[in-house]
Design a protein around this ligand. Structure first.
Ligand code: 5GP
Length: 212
């Protein structure tokens, strides 16, 4: 069995991570998605347990105390965190799971799961980035500026991500994400279990077992 991939997608607010993941979900129905917890207020149309688990700060802090998050961060004045159990269970079953989280959270995941795959999504330009947040119409000017400042800061620290995608056309972005997943699934290191079995069946001649 191929080992499950932990795919971490980060990128500026409004870059279209949600839209891209939704489109990806249509093409890759077997992918699991982690539902984050947050203390921010739901936006119109967002439902508890669908886009996020909406918690009070006290509820969130109690979960931190109980070590219920794989990672958590304070982003734009709110807590955001990845519930631990669903991710660990998906990976145990060999399923692929997507986390859509900010860079602080991604770094925490990198420390725990160095084999995870890290993708950063970018808008074609900062002006386009501003337009995308404006179009969404959910942020006040102060919040909007802090989100744009955060983009500039994040750009300086991109070098440890594995892939970057400029999210111009959704279809193109989805194609690139699919290609990344497909390539990652073909990595020898993710196919160790059945390759080791193959070596056993073949008597092991010519293949160094220790490297599998
Ligand atoms: P938004 O409020 O626009 O939904 O999300 C704001 C930011 O929080 C985005 O950059 C998003 O990727 C990030 N985010 C969402 N869920 C999580 C999470 O569970 N952990 C972390 N660290 N960041 C998250």
């Amino acid at each position: 069995m191929t080992e499950g991939i932990l795919l971490v997608i980060s990128g500026p607010s409004g870059v279209g991570k949600g839209t891209l993941c939704k489109a990806l979900r249509e093409g890759f129905s077997e992918l699991c998605y982690s539902i984050s917890a947050t203390t921010r207020a739901p936006r119109p149309g967002e439902q508890n347990g669908v886009e996020y688990l909406f918690l009070s700060p006290e509820e969130f802090e109690a979960k931190i105390e109980r070590d219920e998050f794989l990672e958590w961060a304070f982003v734009y004045e709110n807590y955001y965190g990845t519930p631990r159990v669903p991710v660990e269970e998906a990976l145990k079953k060999g399923k692929d799971i997507v986390l859509e989280i900010d860079m602080q959270g991604a770094l925490q995941i990198k420390e725990r799961f160095p084999e995870a795959v890290f993708v950063y999504l970018l808008s074609p330009s900062l002006e386009e980035q501003r337009r995308r947040i404006e179009r969404r119409g959910t942020e006040n000017p102060e919040n909007m500026n802090s989100r744009l400042e955060a983009v500039k800061e994040e750009l300086k620290h991109l070098n440890w991500y594995d892939y970057v995608i400029v999210n111009d056309e959704i279809a193109d972005g989805v194609d690139k994400l699919k290609s990344i997943i497909t390539a990652e699934k073909c990595r020898v290191t993710r196919n160790r279990e059945w390759l080791a079995h193959l070596v056993q069946l073949s008597g092991g001649d010519g293949i160094d077992r220790t490297e599998l």
